[in-house]
Design a protein around this ligand. Structure first.
Ligand SMILES: [Zn+2]
Length: 115
């Protein structure tokens, strides 16, 4: 149900932005989602569709950008792609000290239709 609360949050933010700009509708919304954020894309999409019915986000084009996870191993000074939280450094097989990408969930842009 994580996806539903995120969708509700997105709807709230979009509503606020649209209100500030006296917008009648939001044409497009772009959201970045990290591949290790734990957000199930299809669940999120349908949650948002369901909650958006009759709202400012009804008919809005939903643009989802997947962000690839990146870990950094200090010992090897190596940055590598991560698919899962449990992925290790490909050179020395230890867990990365830093996880640089993959946990994102943020609204990047809102395309608003003004009056
Ligand atoms: Zn390493």
């Amino acid at each position: 149900m994580h996806e539903f609360s995120l969708a509700a949050e997105v709807l709230k933010i979009a509503g606020k932005e649209a209100g500030k700009n006296n917008a009648r509708a939001v044409n497009e919304i772009t959201i970045e989602i990290g591949n290790m954020s734990g957000v199930e894309i299809s669940t999120f999409r349908s949650a948002l569709e369901m909650l958006s019915e009759g709202s400012i986000l009804d008919k809005t084009r939903l643009n989802l950008i997947m962000i690839k996870g990146k870990g950094f191993c200090r010992r090897c000074s190596l940055e590598f792609e991560m698919e899962h939280r449990t992925d290790t450094c490909p050179a020395c097989s230890t867990f990365p000290e830093e996880i640089r990408n993959g946990h994102e969930f943020r609204i990047v842009s809102l395309l608003i239709e003004e009056e």
